[in-house]
Design a protein around this ligand. Structure first.
Ligand code: URA
Length: 433
């Protein structure tokens, strides 16, 4: 086989066979295919796309490029959840204890954040003592004993994706549905999931700016799941503004606790419930949506879900007293109110800009080496559609740094206003299975 022939085949819109795709992935991972040929191949995929079969072969070849996690020591159907990413996205921290409390085993590996606020793992580390580094055996034992464990990614999972993603980043080929879909699904499959629920975000603050693109990505991933025998369901959700009211780390943990107590922001409740319903059905706990909704609501109302969160925190050496008394979580020294300069309705809140404001306050990292200030972040006081009077507080900045001016300016720019009440957007657009 010659790489040049495979590039030409894809360039001309012809179909690639399984062995040909394996040749490309393995050759690139093993350095026998150079960057310039792989770049050319990726650009051909960008323009010509891939069939569902091709994209499944690509995913499989990426999974097989490295180690895979064996979760067979855990009883039950292991359902993983993945989000395509958003600001204020704490849904994993809500649904994991919620579904675990009704019997779905949660064995999750999550990442750290880069670019704006922390990822799931960083948020958990805002709790004093919480350890995300368990041995493989401890991880499995914790899931069998407590029904839940979340750890940082370890091992050499999907090395081909790491290398291909780095090349896509500098060759303008990130934004390709088959390449995104295979990249995400290969990681979920390598992490040992039996079934997968995908939270595909759409809107101004999401990777997929339009609903059509989000649907395309969602259905491609669902098809990959079906080709590779992993039951997969995608929930398409809104990311036109940050999720919930809190953006940061410790303050997001506080908001998770609120939702697990049956309170909290409408968008968080609705999206978490939609995802938890799908996870608990795929996990074989409930048969129908109605049954799942009733069971999950009962877990929240009875306090079972919050108890499970506390049990999970303790099981990974976290200080569960901070869950009982949220004032014990890291607190910033400074809290500055941001007041509206006009009256009207909040039209939009640019999610990315809020993420940047939180980052500037210290809640995230710009480089891998940066240290997170867990107490820093933004609390929104208004959401899109809310009425606001001039001088009313729209947000509070929490920080320990000397300077917050740039964050304040970024936050002001993030809010846009209108004189008429804007139409309410749905939180959940569609479920694709
Ligand atoms: N997230 C991933 O893991 N891969 C992509 O290609 C895009 C987003």
């Amino acid at each position: 086989m010659r790489m040049v022939d495979l590039i030409q085949k894809k360039r001309d819109g012809k179909l690639l066979a399984k062995e040909e795709i394996e040749y490309v992935v393995n050759g690139y991972k093993n350095d026998t295919i150079p960057d310039y040929q792989m770049s050319s191949f990726l650009m051909a995929v960008y323009f010509k796309g891939m069939t569902k079969e091709e994209v499944s072969y690509l995913t499989d070849a990426m999974v097989n490029s490295g180690e895979t996690v064996d979760l067979s020591g855990i009883k039950g159907i292991k359902v993983d959840k993945h989000s395509t990413g958003g600001v204020g996205d704490k849904i994993s921290l809500i649904v994991a204890p919620l579904v675990a409390s009704v019997g779905v085993p949660v064995a999750k590996m999550s990442g750290r954040g880069l670019g704006h606020t922390g990822g799931t793992i960083d948020k958990l580390e805002a709790v004093e003592g919480f350890s995300v580094e368990l041995s493989g055996k401890q991880f499995i034992d914790n899931v069998n004993k407590h029904g839940i464990s979340i750890i940082g990614q370890s091992g050499d999972l999907v090395p081909a994706d790491k290398k291909i993603y780095a090349l896509r980043d500098v060759t303008a080929t990130v934004d390709s549905i088959p390449l995104i879909a295979s990249s995400i699904m290969s990681k979920k499959i390598a992490m040992g999931a039996d079934a997968i629920v995908l939270d595909v975000k759409t809107g101004a603050g999401a990777f997929m700016k339009t609903l059509d693109r989000a649907k395309d990505l969602a259905s491609t991933m669902v098809e990959i799941g079906s080709h590779l025998n992993r039951n997969t369901i995608a929930v398409i959700t809104d990311m036109n503004q940050p999720l919930g009211y809190e953006v940061g780390n410790a303050n997001e943990i506080k908001e998770v606790i609120e939702v697990l107590k049956g309170k909290g922001s409408e968008d968080l409740i609705e999206i978490s419930m939609a995802i938890a319903v799908q996870m608990s059905i795929l996990g074989g706990i409930y048969q129908t949506q109605e049954e799942a909704r009733a069971g999950l609501n009962e877990a929240i109302e009875s306090g079972k879900a919050l108890e499970k969160f506390k049990e999970f925190v303790s099981s990974q050496n976290g200080n569960a007293d901070q869950i009982d008394s949220i004032d014990l979580l890291p607190q910033a020294q400074h809290h500055v109110e941001v007041k509206s300069k006009q009256s009207g309705y909040v039209k939009d809140i640019d999610a990315e800009a809020i993420g940047v404001a939180a980052l500037l306050l210290g809640a995230g990292r710009q480089t891998k080496e940066d240290k997170i200030d867990y107490a820093a972040g933004v609390s929104l006081k208004k959401k899109a559609g809310d009425e606001v009077a001039e001088g009313e507080v729209i947000a509070i900045l929490h920080f320990n740094k000397d300077d917050h001016q740039q964050a304040m300016d970024t936050l002001y720019d993030a809010f846009s206003y209108s004189n008429e009440k804007p139409e309410k957007r749905p939180f959940v657009y569609e479920i694709i299975s």
